[in-house]
Design a binder for this molecule. Structure first.
Ligand SMILES: [Zn+2]
Ligand SMILES: [Zn+2]
Length: 499
């Protein structure tokens, strides 16, 4: 029998880290961040320290104590032993949500990652455009490294701390193709695309000399890729697995809002409104982006996206999504706020004023990657939204609400196309969100979100269809709901954390 160790995703939604070992070979299904567990100890202003390597996370069992798994620089820096042999020969990433890949930074560089091309592009965008920190997902730059510095005098050398720029290299990442099997040691693995709330999500069918195993990742049927999930189930049934590891996020629910309903409802709303429409949807959910792209088209508006989504669209060039030219890119004022030329301190002199938009003075307000997106022809700023509010469908996340101060919208509406708050911090943000909208007299339209997860009826039907010998419920707070499957001859095993 293969050994399965669950290091996350047990009695919580997300944080999946599942190690499977068979005949001297070992792989991981996902290596995600446990938001619930991490939030018990850390917050925005109380973060794990890099100086302590993995230890701040190990302290609270956020990272498992597995020998041969972590980066050599962190282990050595904390006086821990680095093991010659890696603990696993590969980490399989089901999709690019942080609760499935958020702790990859800590993995040693000689363990390769396996993921779909779409997951790779999203993770790369996350690394390039997100906040710095523990984000060596697709690259690896050793920390705590001193480099020799050249000196004028021959006999003396001096050292400097290496920066990421000096030492960054690409990680070993294998891009996997749907239903094209590959081998890792004793394991033969096939990835099966599934419908979820971002592109490139997949389940894994895994065969070893000891077990045939299916891991679902996160999945649903009610998005734009229902057929993919159905095909996965058909293939999984043919595979007749001994073990099925299934997510159960919404095991206690029996209804769905359909992705297609959002489009119809939002298009009707957009057609009935003449002023600015603001929409807040998760930017990495490119199917949802597509939904609102269509809503904008149907209502004769232009969808305005932020620079992060623009970066992502550029990465997905040629992969069947609307292109950057098809939308407008919102350029916010940053740093000194020179974009748009409103600074009276800087622009007193004509020679600077004439250099306004393309000049270095403005560009230096923006970070490296963002500079590429602020001088496109299809860029808009707060003045455009102020002058022609009825022309635009403006994608605006909560943390970008400060733009509303510049835009000063009148008679605007807000379509909330995001998950409802499910913890205390999110409740506080939701209250702030309401305060901002109320302040600007903006009406909220709720109920424009489709979950990324199948409901309980669908999950149980799927398991009965696949007919595994054993089912391990993960990524759920309702494992008891799976017990009903025992009547159908499926053994339900509750995973233990660390076992
Ligand atoms: Zn998840
Ligand atoms: Zn997910």
């Amino acid at each position: 029998m293969a050994q399965i160790d669950f290091y996350g995703g047990v009695d919580e939604i997300g944080g999946n880290k599942i190690q499977v070992s068979s005949n001297d070979s070992s792989i991981f299904f996902d290596f995600g961040k446990s938001f619930k567990q991490e939030n018990l100890y850390f917050s925005e202003f109380l973060k794990p320290r890099k100086l302590n390597g993995i230890l701040d996370l190990v302290e609270f069992d956020l990272l498992p104590q597995v020998k041969g798994l972590y980066r050599e620089d962190y282990l050595k820096h904390s006086g821990l032993n680095h093991h010659e042999n890696p603990a696993a020969q590969g980490i399989l990433i089901s999709h690019a949500h942080l609760d499935h890949m958020g702790y990859l930074h800590h993995i040693r560089e000689d363990i390769p990652f396996y993921m779909s091309k779409e997951s790779y592009l999203i993770i790369k965008a996350l690394e390039m455009t997100g906040a710095a920190g523990f984000n060596n997902y697709t690259t690896y730059s050793p920390d705590f490294l001193l480099l020799e510095k050249k000196r004028m005098s021959k006999n003396s050398t001096t050292h400097k701390r290496a920066s990421a720029r000096d030492v960054k290299k690409a990680r070993e990442i294998e891009l996997i193709k749907p239903y094209k099997s590959f081998e890792i040691g004793d394991f033969k693995i096939t990835s099966a695309p599934v419908d979820h709330s971002l592109p490139g999500s997949c389940a894994f069918l895994t065969e070893s000399s000891e077990e045939s195993m299916v891991y679902t990742g996160d999945f649903r049927f009610h998005g734009k890729r229902e057929d993919e999930t159905k095909k996965f189930i058909k293939e999984a049934r043919k595979f007749s697995p001994t073990v099925l590891i299934s997510e159960g996020t919404r095991i206690d629910r029996d209804k769905n809002v359909l992705e297609s309903d959002i489009q119809k409802k939002a298009a009707n709303l957009a057609l009935s409104h003449g002023d600015l429409i603001i929409v807040n949807y998760p930017i990495r959910d490119l199917d949802r982006f597509n939904t609102f792209y269509e809503v904008a088209k149907d209502s004769d508006r232009t969808l305005v996206v932020n620079t992060k989504q623009a970066f992502l669209l550029n990465e997905f060039y040629g992969m069947g999504y609307p292109q950057l030219d098809d939308v407008a890119v919102y350029v916010p004022r940053r740093s000194w706020g020179l974009y748009g030329g409103e600074s009276y301190a800087c622009f007193e002199d004509d020679w600077i004023r004439s250099d306004k938009l393309d000049g270095e003075y403005v560009l230096s307000d923006y970070k490296g990657w963002e500079k590429d997106y602020i001088s496109w022809d299809n860029c808009v700023n707060y003045k455009d939204l102020q002058e022609n509010p009825g022309d635009y469908l403006f994608q605006c996340d909560f943390f970008e609400f400060k733009e509303l101060i510049d835009i000063k919208p009148e008679n605007a509406i807000y379509i909330k196309s995001k998950t409802e708050p499910f913890n205390e911090e999110m409740e506080i943000d939701a209250a702030r969100e309401r305060n901002w909208l109320e302040h600007f007299g903006i009406t909220i339209h709720d109920g424009y979100h489709a979950s990324g997860h199948a409901n309980g009826v669908e999950i149980l039907d799927m398991i009965q269809e696949i007919q595994p010998d054993k089912i391990y419920p993960v990524h759920t707070m309702g494992k008891e709901e799976f017990k009903i499957l025992e009547d159908e001859g499926v053994k339900v095993v509750y995973p233990n954390l660390g076992k």
